[in-house]
Design a protein around this ligand. Structure first.
Ligand SMILES: Nc1ncnc2c1ncn2[C@@H]1O[C@H](COP(=O)(O)OP(=O)(O)OP(=O)(O)O)[C@@H](O)[C@H]1O
Length: 351
C-alpha cells in the first residue's frame, strides 16, 4: 500500500465516503472499503429530477440511485425522457426541479467536479466530422486536462480498447457508423472515468456492430468499481449487458429491477412451450394444478402453457405429455419475456 494512505483513510469521516471513493485511485478503493467498514456506495443519485419544455413535462419527479459495479439499462419508449434525463445528469441541461449528483458532486453546483467523474456518449455520438480520429482524441484528452506522456498513454489505451488503430488517420465523417460510435466511446473513456453515460450506444448499428459494441461495454464495465448507464429501447440489450434496468415512460419511473426480476413479472414466466408433430387436445393441460391458460401457435403445432404466479408446472406438463403419448419435438420452460413486460408497463402508463 502507498505510504501515508492508511493515515489518510483512517482520518476520513464516514460522511465523506462518496467523495473518498472518487478521490482515491483504484485499486485503493477496495482498501478504503475495508477500512471504512459498512458504507453506502452510491455513485449516482437522482432526486426528484424534473424537466419541462413549455407545458410538456419531459421528466417528471424522477428518483433513483446507481451503485458501483452496476450496468444500468435505462429503458423507455420513444419520447420517454431518457435523453433529457441523461443531459441533466451530465450537466448539459438545467433541471426545473430536483437534483443529481455523481460521486457526491452535485451536477448543478459542482458541475466541473461532477463532469470529471464521468464519460458521456451523447445520442448519435456527434463528433467533429472534419477532424482525423487521432487529432480528435488528442484534442479531447487535452480538454480533459491530460498532458504530455499521460495524454499519449491514455489516447493509446482508448485506441487499443476500441480497436481504432486502422482508422487513426481517417477523418471522422468518412467512418462507418460502427467506427463513429467507437470513436464516441473512446472519447468517453479517455480520462478513465468512474461513471459512463451512454445514450443509445448501439442505435443504428448492424447486428455485428451491435454485438461488438455490447462486448466493449461489458469489457468497460468489468471493473467492479465503475458504473455504466445505457439508455436504450432495445430489450435484448438489457438481457445482454445490464445488471439492472430502470423503465420510464412520460418521464416517470415505472419499474426498477434486475433483468431476472423484470422477466419474473412476465405472464410467460415459468410458461412451458411444447412443439408438437400433431395438434393435440389441450383440455387436460388446463386441468393441471398451477396452469393458468394455454396459447396455441403454428396451427396448434406449438402450445404454450401459462403458469399461475409462483407455480412450477414443467414436471407436470412433461408427465402429461408422456401419459398422453404426444409426439413432442421440443419442450422448454421460459424465464419470461422482457418485451411483454415492457409493453404492458408502458401501455398501463399510457392508459
Ligand atoms: N429541446 C426540447 N424542446 C422541446 N421538447 C423537447 C426537447 N427535448 C426533448 N423534448 C421532448 O421531451 C420528450 C422527451 O424527449 P427525450 O429525447 O428525452 O426522449 P427519449 O426517451 O430519449 O426518446 P428517444 O428514445 O426517441 O430518443 C419528448 O416528448 C421530446 O419531444
Amino acid at each position: 500500500m502507498p505510504s501515508g494512505l492508511c493515515d489518510r483513510i483512517r482520518t476520513v469521516p464516514l460522511a465523506c465516503t462518496v467523495d473518498v471513493f472518487c478521490a482515491l485511485r483504484r485499486p485503493w478503493t477496495a482498501v478504503a472499503s475495508i477500512f471504512l467498514g459498512e458504507v453506502e456506495e452510491v455513485m449516482i443519485k437522482i432526486n426528484s429530477l424534473t424537466k419541462r419544455f413549455g407545458e410538456h413535462v419531459a421528466v417528471d419527479n424522477l428518483s433513483f440511485e446507481v451503485s458501483p459495479g452496476e450496468v444500468l439499462g435505462f429503458l423507455g419508449p420513444n419520447g420517454a425522457g431518457k435523453s433529457t434525463t441523461m443531459k441533466m445528469l451530465t450537466g448539459f441541461l438545467t433541471p426545473d426541479g430536483g437534483s443529481a449528483s455523481i460521486c457526491g458532486f452535485d451536477i448543478g453546483t459542482q458541475t466541473l467536479q461532477a463532469q470529471r467523474q464521468m464519460g458521456y456518449l451523447p445520442e448519435g455520438a456527434p463528433c467533429y466530422g472534419d477532424m482525423r480520429v487521432r487529432g480528435f482524441l488528442e484534442f479531447i484528452a487535452e480538454v480533459r486536462g491530460l498532458r504530455g506522456a499521460e495524454r499519449q498513454r491514455q489516447v493509446a489505451r482508448a485506441v487499443e480498447q476500441l480497436q481504432l488503430e486502422g482508422v487513426l488517420g481517417q477523418t471522422i465523417e468518412t467512418l462507418s457508423k460502427g467506427f463513429k460510435r467507437r470513436v464516441g466511446l473512446a472519447q468517453a473513456i479517455l480520462h478513465d472515468p468512474q461513471v459512463l453515460i451512454l445514450d443509445e450506444p448501439t442505435d443504428g448499428l448492424d447486428p455485428n456492430q451491435k454485438h461488438q459494441v455490447r462486448g466493449l461495454i461489458q469489457q468497460l464495465a468489468s471493473d467492479s468499481n465503475k458504473i455504466v448507464v445505457i439508455s436504450t429501447h432495445i430489450l435484448e440489450e438489457v438481457s445482454a449487458v445490464c445488471s439492472r434496468a430502470v423503465v420510464i415512460a412520460h418521464g416517470r419511473l415505472l419499474a426498477d429491477g434486475t433483468p431476472d426480476e423484470l422477466e419474473a413479472r412476465s405472464r410467460y414466466h415459468q410458461a412451458v412451450t411444447l412443439s408438437l408433430q400433431q395438434p393435440v387436445d389441450t383440455q387436460p393441460l388446463l386441468a393441471l394444478p398451477g396452469v393458468q391458460g394455454v396459447e396455441l401457435a403454428r396451427d396448434g403445432h406449438q402450445v404454450t402453457v401459462l403458469a399461475a404466479p409462483g407455480a412450477v408446472i414443467f414436471p407436470a406438463v412433461g408427465e402429461l405429455a408422456r401419459q398422453q403419448q404426444w409426439q413432442v419435438q421440443e419442450l422448454s420452460v421460459e424465464r419470461g419475456r422482457l418485451d411483454e413486460v415492457f409493453r404492458r408497463l408502458t401501455a398501463e402508463e399510457a392508459a
